[in-house]
Design a protein around this ligand. Structure first.
Ligand code: SAH
Ligand code: SF4
Ligand code: F3S
Length: 471
């Protein structure tokens, strides 16, 4: 959910600059906005909703922060480092504002929600603070700010899903797009700030999801990723028939849009992924054989402290079940090293569960205490940073090995690959992805273009990519 190259196991570096979302400047716009996004894919997806709301107000997107009338930063609170990065960026934006006082600066997203009015006190030059459920109010807040009144709306909602807003696809390759299917999280994992910043879980009307997918397909897109913090707990009740739609059913509805539209989804909480979902993945060729199933820790005592609601054995059984029903499925994960009171032995349980699960890739972090979470209130953050980092390095090293091994198993196999663009290294090669979400690089041939499917036989691999030839 966090990065574009999903096959490279790595620690997410929040210090790197957030991505600037862009598209061609809208025709007819009279003012411009600049938006920079941090954090998970949900946040990037939200930025596209914000862009759509702004477009209706006559604002067009720009890449040039110096010339924009409105600077927005869509923030993440997941780890402390993510917040530090945002603060640094705000100082830089404030310098621009000092030279051009009429520029408005707005803080959106999870940090806005977590810090609320504190932002206006601490960061004197911020004009708007808008939480994830209040984006419809942005035009009012801008109008107020233009009058010199700083605006804040951080109300969380039990209903808002932005179902009727067509996102403005800002940074699209024209092939894959994200569709937000639910918001919030009810899972209270003890380390996690998301339930506080994104509020209660709610699911979006499936018919609007399907029509968004169809619309994307009609525009030439070939892949959609259904997004939510915990997609497997998706449930929506039809107000007319009172019938429920669950995630397995939603997957099928989207898969039926067209056999040439690939369907992906993220993230799956191990406790909620059902056999019905696995059968859908097995039965529909266009539902990708790839599940992001974050384990967090391989030790049952730590999992209990984390409030993940499953233990080691339960997770292992779930992984085994996935490989039983969908043998060619790739599974990826998130891991946290050095959670409160974690012993060396318990850390080793994380290493051993990784080997059992054979993750094709993982996102790996060391524990960062977040104010207000259950862990911050109840447990001491007692593992010294150097130990957290050393354990993390062991996790990263092992993941690289496992990923390389995973990729080696693919040598000789032929995969259907969706072409996404030129390879980074050479414009003589295409880059695409197979169903298992692995990046595949292969020489171009006449007549094939971005957005086409092609069969590629794998000849060699690295830790991060598969290399092959069209067959
Ligand atoms: N909803 C997703 C996770 C969203 S947050 C899920 O439950 O799988 C993405 C990842 O960030 C988490 O899976 C976790 O590994 C990591 N994370 C969350 N809070 C963290 C913290 N306080 N310190 C370090 N990593 C954290
Ligand atoms: Fe955070 Fe847990 Fe919800 Fe994921 S499932 S967003 S880790 S509380
Ligand atoms: Fe996403 Fe960060 Fe918020 S991971 S939900 S943007 S805290």
């Amino acid at each position: 959910m966090y990065d574009n190259n999903p096959t490279i196991p790595k620690v997410i570096d929040e210090s790197k600059q957030g991505e600037v979302l862009m598209m061609d400047t809208l025709k007819g716009s009279t003012k411009s906005f600049y938006i920079e996004s941090y954090g998970c894919q949900m946040n990037f997806s939200d930025s596209e909703i914000v862009a759509s709301i702004l477009a209706k107000e006559g604002y067009g997107p720009t890449r040039n922060v110096q010339e924009s009338d409105l600077i927005l930063i869509n923030t993440c609170s997941i780890r402390e480092k993510a917040e530090q990065t945002v603060r640094k960026r705000l100082t830089e934006f404030n310098k621009i504002k000092q030279q051009k006082p009429e520029t408005l600066i707005g803080v959106l997203g999870c940090m806005a929600e977590r810090l609320k009015a504190k932002f206006l006190e601490e960061e004197k030059l911020v004009d708007l603070v808008v939480g994830p459920d209040a984006y419809r109010d942005i035009p009012n807040l801008i109008a107020q700010a233009d009058e010199g009144v700083k605006g804040i709306n951080v109300l969380l909602s039990r209903e808002e899903t932005y179902a009727d807003i067509a996102p403005l696809r800002l940074q699209s390759n024209g092939v894959s797009a994200f569709i937000s299917i639910m918001r919030g999280c009810d899972n209270m994992c003890s380390f996690c700030v998301v339930p506080f910043t994104r509020g209660r879980e709610r699911s979006r009307d499936p018919f609007t999801i399907v029509s968004e997918a169809r619309d994307l397909f009609d525009k030439g897109f070939k892949e959609v990723t259904l997004l939510g913090q915990n997609v497997d707990s998706y449930k929506w009740q039809n107000p007319e028939t009172e019938e429920w739609v669950n995630f397995a059913q939603l997957l099928e509805m989207v898969a039926l849009v067209d056999p040439n539209l690939r369907v992906r989804f993220s993230t799956s909480h191990p406790k909620d992924i059902t056999d019905d979902v696995l059968y859908m993945i097995r039965d529909y060729k266009n539902i990708c054989k790839y599940i992001h199933l974050p384990v967090q820790s391989g030790n049952s005592r730590i999992l209990k402290l984390m409030n993940r609601t499953y233990d080691r054995e339960w997770y292992i059984a779930k992984v085994d079940r996935i490989y039983e029903i969908v043998p060619d499925c790739a599974i990826s994960s998130d891991m946290i090293s050095g959670f409160c009171s974690e012993t060396e032995e318990e850390h080793k349980d994380t290493l051993s569960i990784m080997k059992h699960a054979k993750y094709s890739m993982s996102y790996m972090f060391f524990y960062s205490e977040r104010p207000g979470t259950l862990a911050a209130r109840k447990y001491e953050d007692d593992i010294p940073e150097e130990i957290k980092k050393r354990r993390l390095q062991e996790i990263v090293d092992l993941q690289m090995e496992i990923a390389h091994e995973h990729n080696k198993q693919d040598i000789g196999k032929t995969f259907e690959v969706l072409i996404e663009g030129d390879s980074k290294r050479s414009d003589k090669d295409f880059k695409g992805r197979n169903s298992q979400n692995k990046v595949v690089i292969f020489p171009k041939i006449e007549g094939l273009k971005v957005g086409d499917y092609t069969n590629v036989q794998i000849n060699s691999v690295t830790r991060a990519t598969l290399l092959g030839e069209i067959v």
